[in-house]
Ligand binder design. Structure first.
Ligand SMILES: [Zn+2]
Ligand SMILES: [Zn+2]
Length: 195
């Protein structure tokens, strides 16, 4: 892990080896080799609850309370192997293109499942927004750019709002959703890049 850390500092822009398996990476600027890129399997909706995306094998008869403020939950990929490494790279802020890569995977999943698009995008925010770096904010910005959907900058009244996050069960995500509901949006969609 330490070796990977230093290697990623050294080779910030063009890491020569795959971050997941250490094989050669042919394309400049990509963090994963071809084999590991193919391991980015999208979620299988048939194995997940359509409302909260929890695996049906672990699902009780009621959806968990974290979905309550949200009308629907979108997910992109499972939290294991290369996707989990991509997320760690993104959180470490050491590799410059991770937000766009994660946003691309979200876009692929949205198109594959023909999911309705929100009218505005945002991310779970705290009173310290703008002070601390936010991995969710960077991905929301990248997705806003890809989908040409504006980021919410004022009240969201009457709009369908996508909340971009990597932690759907997070208390912050739940309380942010409840707070947004006070603005009377049309509906809230939780857009999770990892489940
Ligand atoms: Zn690899
Ligand atoms: Zn559920």
């Amino acid at each position: 892990m330490i070796r990977k850390f230093f290697r990623s500092l050294e080779d910030l822009f063009f890491p020569p080896l795959c971050f997941h398996c250490d094989e050669d990476v042919c394309e400049e600027g990509t963090p994963f080799c071809k084999n590991c890129s193919e391991l980015f399997e999208p979620l299988d909706p048939s194995e997940r609850c359509s409302r909260c995306l929890q695996p049906l094998s672990h699902h009780s008869s009621h959806c968990p309370s974290f979905t309550k403020p949200y009308f629907q939950v979108y997910g992109s990929f499972e939290n294991w192997g290369p996707p989990a490494v991509l997320l760690k790279l993104h959180q470490s802020q050491l590799f410059p293109k991770t937000a766009s890569l994660i946003a691309c995977f979200m876009l692929i999943e949205i198109e594959r499942r023909k999911l309705p698009l929100p009218e505005l995008l945002t991310w779970p925010q705290t009173p310290w927004k703008g002070v601390l770096p936010s991995p969710d904010k960077e991905i929301a910005e990248a997705l806003s750019h890809l989908l040409k959907i504006p980021l919410a900058e004022g009240p969201t009244t009457g709009k369908t709002v996508g909340v971009v996050t990597g932690s759907i069960e997070d208390e912050k995500c739940l309380s942010f959703g409840k707070k947004l509901l006070e603005e009377n949006p049309k509906r809230l969609i939780l857009m999770s890049y990892i489940c």
